[in-house]
Design a binder for this molecule. Sequence first.
Ligand SMILES: *Cc1c(COP(=O)(O)O)cnc(C)c1O
Length: 462
Amino acid sequence: MIRYYSTNRRLDGVAGLTPFKGLVSFRDALIQGQAPDEGLFMPDPIPALDLGDIRACKGAPYSSTAVLVAEAFLKDELPRETIRQVVEDSYNFDVPLERVYDRMFVMRLDRGPTASFKDFAARMMARLMSRLRDRGKRLNVLVATSGDTGSAVGEAFKGVEGIGVTILYPRNEVSGMQKKQLDTIGENVLALSVDGKFDDCQNLVKQAFSDSGLAQLNLTSANSINFGRIMPQSIYYVHAYAQLAGPGEEIVFSVPSGNFGNALGCEYARRMGLPVRMLVMPTNENDEFPNYLTTGTYEKVSPSRACLSNAMNVGHPSNLARFFDLYGGTVDRTGVVHAYPDIKEMRKRIFSVSVSDEETKKTIRRVWEQYRVLLEPHGAVGWRGLEHYLEACCGPIAEPCVCLETAHPAKFPDEIVELLRITPEVPQSMKDLEKRTGEAVELPADYGRLRAFLLDTLKGSD
Ligand SMILES: *Cc1c(COP(=O)(O)O)cnc(C)c1O
């Protein structure tokens, strides 16, 4: 039976912290989001995949691989048929593997409803929450967003039974397009336009979570550290391997990284038995992790640096705690290292490098001119990191290498036009946005007002 422990379980004697030494089910890890000691939930044991089963997914639709991986984690807690339904319902879009040259590929994870790879995790998590909630209880997801995460989460939960979503965003800090994306989701998803900053939104959400007077509303978070968002992110690695690798071969993945949740999916896939030769984790100029692998000392970047690949502007990745734990170390939420991991082992498995904005732009231009493959800034960081790895390790290799493209180029029209003088084709999901209508509810940054609104509007039962 797989049980989930907290990354903070060994932090006895740390001021203000009571380590959580318990074990919980997937369901509890999913609904609670994080451990009571603010640590991150970790599965133990990590389930194993049979290489024959993986190879059998060659040529099969994405959903076959998804069922294989999800079942490995969930078979004690959900019937196979339910898992199959969750998967079919989550993944109704393409996952193209585009050849760049030889056996070098780009895997496009940008075909979901909000055109970023976050759709993969958010959609499956939403459906799992709906199936695993207590019968008759309605869950209310509350999120503060500065833009993109809120829309991925909102879209993922749209129409999902038994769950409502309330999204708080700072009125003057989101772009016109983001506002439209948030305000017009509709159905069970409501946007609150807050007269304040992102920090105000986050504080309001925190106050609501700690308010025992709201217990009957079953508030929950859809945080990026929820293990329910990590598990689905190991599926596409297995899918790519099944499609591209031959018998006895290994594969290299390059994952443009910010909070490290996506790369963690690859780390788990390898530990489940996927033959991964190297996990390449390029970052933008927020270089705390590549610096750590070089020097052996971890120092977060604070404040984080604003780079072109803006979804990766993270100075202390929240999922670093999970990587450290898997390699025998402990780092807390604030970036303090309590025990260093086995760095030799880490260097054997993980290659990381910082890619500057300048290199990112050059890569977008070069990959387009040389191969007619269109990348946006996040994918370009991934591609450049892969090149750095091949240069550092061995030169070209015979085995497949896959770089993840995490967003659609049409989300970065200004950069693409400036660099390439072309306008990227806009996917249908983004075109549909123009026709949508809907209004946010406006609120001041005042907890009393939010509280009254939630009590008036939300329901705690079906
Ligand atoms: C969130 C995001 C990333 C970073 O992923 P992490 O899991 O946080 O490392 C990369 N690219 C895009 C487009 C993203 O939205």
